[in-house]
Design a protein around this ligand. Structure first.
Ligand code: F0G
Length: 474
């Protein structure tokens, strides 16, 4: 923690204190439910060992996702009351649009019901069969939406990003040499756009440096390829740049965010993350012609351009939340608390993706459970065990999510990493909840040799992790 506390603009205020405090007080509470181990065992059986199939009221600490699970602030709730539900021209839209133009700097802004709707519209307009879309790492819905158009999604992460134990300040960076090579290999004409996911969710919640955004932007501009940023966790990425990149320590997160987006031609965003909202997203760019096509598709599938599938009140919550996510006291607490969880488990031998990311800690299940081979799903086994132990729900990001099953032979290809993500909802859990999670993980770690693998008993052809059913291996 010391490294984080000792840097940045809040140094003078917070450095003497070591205790992490939530920079808010609690105004409304929601009970969570304790269950017995026997109850959890039976819930697991009913859910066929897929925690997506559990009822959330049977979960004590829900770290399945940080998406749409944020606690909203009193200012957001106040803004919600101001929400104007007019079908066309609502002032709530104009507040939403103004906030996005102010922070992201793009001219054309369309609300969508969530991030993947923005992705679908963007790729439907820009991609055709045979195209190739590079990224540092595409999130799963991004990849699926690209592939749905017949284009190919390619991940060009730096090699350090694929090595869980390697320490690097910006493990989310794109390999720019690989990008140049890809452009030379497939030709500029088959690359309708390039993406950067900040922070890099699937690659461990790791940040992308400003230098890397700039390098990717320079290459893209030289070849006339539009660069889009997947901005789901843009505020956390901006804060990592402030903490770790020379020259940014005295810059505010909003200034850093503006610089980052000035290097891009557009953005998609799931506002369910750093928008601090429970639903929503947007697509933004400066391209008039593309915007016109996006508007037409938006009207067809999402709604009129001044609401785009959201209620006016949602637009208000996002307009306020986008700024709250950039507040330094909030970001300091957020990153410090996530780091605390990572440090406390790794100090006791639990292998995690190093260094800790912004929104989540990723346990390296392949390293923790080396006796379970990838095709026996070590990540899934650990996810099941965390629920069984303490009612904690995490998510597997490994072979269940990213492995491939040959539709003809049924042969499985494992993913490149077997991770378990503990995603931290924003402003929801307190430090004592974090301590409870630490204790539970260490208990599971202590009896890791007893943990067995799993196999699929049912799976869907795409995005199988949501609905798959599993059986425990003997
Ligand atoms: N991009 C990134 C980087 C994401 O993490 C997500 C969602 C999306 C796009 C899609 O946005 O859910 O609003 O449609 N990530 C969630 C998660 C689901 O749990 O990480 P959406």
């Amino acid at each position: 923690m010391a490294a984080i506390w000792s840097r940045g603009g809040l140094q003078g205020i917070l450095e003497p204190m070591k205790t992490i405090i939530e920079p808010f007080r609690i105004k409304s509470v929601e009970p969570i439910h304790l269950t017995t181990r026997e109850e959890r065992e039976s819930k697991l059986r009913e859910a066929a060992y897929n925690v997506f199939l559990l009822r959330s009221e049977d979960v004590l600490i829900d770290l399945l996702t940080d998406s749409g699970t944020s606690a909203m602030s009193s200012n957001q709730w106040a803004a919600i009351m101001r929400g104007d539900e007019s079908y066309a021209g609502s002032p709530s839209f104009y507040r939403f649009e103004t906030a996005i133009q102010d922070i992201f700097g793009f001219k054309y802004v369309f609300p969508t019901h969530q991030g993947r709707a923005a992705e679908r519209i963007l790729f439907s307009v820009r991609c055709k069969p045979g195209d190739v879309v590079p990224s540092n790492t595409h999130f799963d819905t991004t990849r699926a939406n690209i592939e749905h158009t017949g284009a190919r999604a390619v991940d060009l992460l730096i090699p350090e990003g694929r090595e869980p134990q390697t320490i690097h300040p910006f493990k989310g960076n794109m390999d720019v040499t690989a990008l140049e090579r890809l452009i030379a290999d497939v030709g500029r004409d088959r690359i309708p756009l390039c993406m950067l996911t900040v922070t890099n969710n699937s690659g461990g919640g790791q940040p992308v440096s400003m230098a890397n955004v700039r390098a990717v932007s320079t290459i893209c501009r030289r070849h006339g390829i539009p660069l889009y940023i997947d901005a789901a966790r843009y505020a956390e990425n901006a804060y990592f740049i402030k903490l770790r990149e020379p020259g940014y320590a005295s810059r505010s997160p909003i200034e850093i965010a503006r610089e980052m987006f000035s290097l891009a031609d557009g953005a998609t965003m799931s506002a369910k993350k750093d928008g601090m909202a429970n639903i929503g997203g947007f697509i933004a760019s400066n391209d008039k012609e593309v915007a016109q096509q996006e508007r037409n598709l938006l009207i067809l599938t999402e709604g009129f351009p001044t609401y785009g599938g959201l209620a006016g009140r949602d637009l208000e919550a996002i307009a306020v939340g986008l700024y709250e996510a950039l507040a330094e006291d909030y970001l300091l607490y957020r990153i410090t608390s996530t780091t605390y969880l990572g440090r406390h488990i790794s100090e006791h031998g639990v292998p995690i993706v190093q260094p800790p990311g912004g929104h989540a800690i990723y346990i390296d299940a392949a390293a923790m459970l080396p006796h379970i081979p990838p095709l026996a799903l070590p990540g899934q086994a650990l996810v099941v065990e965390l629920y069984r132990e303490a009612g904690i729900r995490a998510v597997e990001i490994g072979t269940v999510m990213f492995g491939r099953r040959d539709p003809v032979s049924g042969a499985e290809t494992p993913a490149s990493m077997e991770l378990v993500r503990l995603a931290i909802p924003r402003r929801v859990y307190t430090q004592s909840h974090v301590d409870y999670v630490v204790e539970a993980i260490l208990n599971v770690h202590a009896r890791r040799h007893e943990i067995r693998g799993y196999r699929f008993s049912e799976q869907a052809p795409a995005l199988r992790h949501f609905t798959a059913r599993f059986e425990a291996l003997e």
